[in-house]
Design a protein around this ligand. Structure first.
Ligand SMILES: Nc1ncnc2c1ncn2[C@@H]1O[C@H](COP(=O)(O)OP(=O)(O)OP(=O)(O)O)[C@@H](O)[C@H]1O
Length: 262
């Protein structure tokens, strides 16, 4: 599927009551603090990795998440995709307050995410095509219905000639591009990516960014954690920067990448 076409374009567009896709209210995170300790004994600021975060990601927005190594970028993404609960504070996703321990809610919310993990998480016994198509297969779609779309998407990420390859023979960059294709194949409402261009050369990184920007143009809300200042500058998209546990917004001027993506 080319980024110019939308498999399920309606899915990516937020409805009126879902204008805010992610909302953090006074969220703090400290890994070595249990909730009882945090509540009964109070929290020492030095024990917190993320401190009193308040921010919102509106539907259809695109942000980079930057900050030095260890600043808490992965931790923040994990809280959004419900793999880590905050020590203090509340998170709302798609207008719903997240209820810790509510597995049904977690499963329902996660269905709307596309996540590019730093460690790829490919299935070793499936070839490139089947790894990319897995979310559609799991959703019960037929091979015939997705064959051309998946092939086109793999072409976009430069894996057209590797469809039958197994993950163990792929380079780090190829694995990363496959993980990206799999994350976006269902046209998710919210795309979260953790260093999605970490193993990719600059030219391919630009191409991957154009894919994210095009998916965003089609309606997806996108948050990308990255160290790659060059790509951030080239895209001109707004930046949320983590430093000392706090989050600050930084806006950049648009450059060629976004213009070319249209
Ligand atoms: N499960 C965990 N238990 C305890 N500490 C953790 C855990 N995960 C992360 N940390 C610590 O939290 C801090 C933030 O880590 P995190 O991975 O979120 O940062 P990051 O900004 O994504 O870093 P990088 O850019 O290097 O990937 C680090 O000091 C890390 O050691």
């Amino acid at each position: 599927m080319s980024p110019q076409t939308s498999r399920t374009s309606g899915q990516t567009r937020a409805t009126a009551d879902e204008e805010i896709v992610v909302s953090f209210h006074d969220v703090s995170l400290g890994y070595d603090l249990g909730m009882p300790k945090a509540l009964s004994l109070g929290v020492n600021d030095d024990d917190l990795i993320l401190k009193n975060l308040n921010f919102q990601l509106p539907a259809g927005s695109f942000h980079f998440l930057t900050g030095p190594s260890g600043a808490g970028k992965t931790s923040l993404l994990k809280m959004i995709y419900l793999a880590q609960k905050p020590t203090i504070g509340t998170i709302e996703l798609f207008g719903e307050t997240v209820r810790t321990g509510d597995r049904t809610q977690t499963a329902q919310l996660r269905r709307r995410f596309g996540i590019v993990f730093q460690e790829f998480r490919l299935l070793e016994h499936l070839n490139v095509f089947d790894n990319a198509a897995l979310p559609l297969f799991v959703h019960g779609e037929s091979f015939k219905s997705y064959r051309d779309d998946v092939t086109e998407l793999l072409n976009w990420v430069g894996l057209k000639n590797r469809l039958d390859a197994m993950p163990h023979v792929l380079s780090g960059g190829e694995k990363q591009r496959l993980a990206i294709a799999r994350a976006v194949v269902t046209r998710p409402t919210l795309i979260l990516a953790d260093e999605p261009t970490g193993n990719i050369d600059y030219a391919m990184g630009l191409r991957i960014m154009r894919l994210f920007i095009e998916l965003n143009r089609l309606g997806a809300t996108v948050l990308i954690a990255t160290h790659d200042e060059g790509l951030v500058r080239a895209s001109g998209m707004p930046v949320l920067e983590l430093a000392n546990g706090e989050l600050h917004r930084r806006d950049l001027t648009k450059t060629d990448l976004t213009r070319n993506a249209k």
